[in-house]
Design a protein around this ligand. Structure first.
Ligand code: FAD
Ligand code: EPU
Length: 335
């Protein structure tokens, strides 16, 4: 059923009010086909949990909310499984379900909000793992033809917070299921420094995948705001990838600037650190601001418009550029 003139406030974790002309949910390929025939609007936006979008104006089109459910075992060998998950399942619930089965690979991605279907969109990543590391394939509904196409990892052109669905194939596909290749006796990944220290705090020396998940949940809960209590969409900006020569300039003034390898000539520098050093951490403009525990996260204290948050982000970009000569890029999808 298509509803008219729906406020999207409860469908985005920023808690921003914005009207869409039409709104409907779908739970199968057939329902998508039916809705595409019934809709009046030309523009279309697929929404999962709305945890990576900022609505800056009313959306003059139809919003289709993904509710395709179901988890199934596609294949199993002595060491591995391939598990297919409906795109409308909640990502974190799926992670917990895999941990319950002792299937390793996505425990470091615990507590990321949103749907399974959006996870390949920006190749979600956290604590040393990206979904591309365990990705097998996905199925997607091709909007112009109604065909179902299968993509493997190469087809998805994954990068840091990137995939082909954000670039060349933007607005062409609705991802309907995602299949991951998980390990039955997998090794844990403790490469991200904060995990080791959290495990030490927990007095765990031989961590299981559940221990890793618990450590990640504890770290995340200590600094990332819970969208149910405070509107936000996680990191608002990407960590910029810069030339090593540019990093050297920063290090000559701030020898402790956090940075990570990114190929032979480039490094990633922590955007949260750049924003903090630019004086923005904990600052507000009206009802929106920069989170006091994680400067990469912009928050809506209640009543902000998307334009206000966008304006705040522009001011931050300008200041970081003026102070460090580094251009921040927004990570959140601006609608
Ligand atoms: P939505 O916000 O609904 O959609 C995001 C984009 O994907 C939109 O452009 C939408 O049109 C498109 N889209 C959604 N579903 C589909 C589909 N089925 N087919 C085609 N297009 C689709 N991200 C990380 O990578 N790592 C983190 O550690 C992380 N931490 C976060 C912490 C917090 C507190 C919050 C609020 C967000 C965080 N995020 C993180 C961002 C976000 O959770 C992820 O990007 C998540 O995958 C978004 O899922 P969603 O279903 O909410 O997507
Ligand atoms: N830092 C500061 N000040 C801050 C925030 C961070 O100095 O206000 C420093 C930290 O001290 C640390 C470094 O920056 O040295 C990195 O911080 P953190 O470990 O918190 O991670 P991040 O780089 O800020 C990225 C992702 C997160 C992901 C974490 C963990 C991006 C854009 N963000 O944040 O993803 O959860 O690493 O892997 O890559 C998201 O995408 O929404 C998101 C939350």
């Amino acid at each position: 059923m298509i509803e008219k003139s729906v406020d999207l406030k409860s469908y985005n974790t920023f808690g921003i009010s914005a009207l869409c002309n039409e709104f409907a949910t779908f739970s199968s390929h057939d329902e998508i086909s039916e809705l595409l025939v019934q809709k009046e609007s030309k523009e279309l936006l697929v929404l999962g949990g709305g945890s990576n979008v900022l609505f800056t104006k009313n959306f003059q089109g139809i919003v289709l909310k993904n509710e395709i459910k179901g988890v199934s075992l596609i294949s199993e060998t002595e060491n591995e499984v391939i598990v297919q998950c409906g795109a409308g399942e909640q990502w974190h619930s799926f992670v917990l379900r895999m941990i319950e089965k002792n299937y390793a690979g996505i425990e470091n991605l615990s507590l990321i909000p949103g749907s399974v279907g959006a996870s390949p969109m920006q190749n979600i990543g956290a604590y040393g793992v990206e979904i591309k590391d365990v990705f097998h394939s996905l199925e997607a509904f091709h909007i112009p033809t109604g065909e179902i196409h299968t993509f493997d990892a190469k087809d998805c052109a994954f990068g840091y917070r990137e995939s082909i669905f954000k670039r060349a194939l933007k607005n062409q596909y609705i991802i309907t299921s995602v299949s991951l290749q998980l390990a039955k006796n997998g090794k844990v990944n403790t490469s991200y420094g904060a995990i080791e220290s959290e495990l030490a705090k927990m007095n765990v020396s031989n961590p299981t995948i559940r221990d890793i998940s618990n450590a990640v949940i504890a770290i995340r809960s200590s600094k990332l705001p819970d969208p149910k209590k405070l509107g936000n969409a996680g990191s608002f900006f990407k960590n910029p990838v810069i030339q090593k020569t540019q990093l050297e300039k920063v290090l000559s003034i701030y020898p402790d600037a956090p940075n990570y390898p990114a190929g032979n000539e480039h490094v990633k520098i922590a955007a949260g650190w750049l924003i903090e050093k630019s004086g923005w951490k904990g600052k507000n403009i009206g009802t929106c601001g920069v989170h006091s525990l994680q400067a990469l996260v912009l928050v809506n204290y209640g009543g902000s418009t998307g334009q206000e948050v966008l304006h705040l982000s522009t001011q931050i970009i300008q200041d970081v550029k003026n102070i460090f000569g580094i251009e921040l890029e927004r990570e959140v999808n601006i609608i």
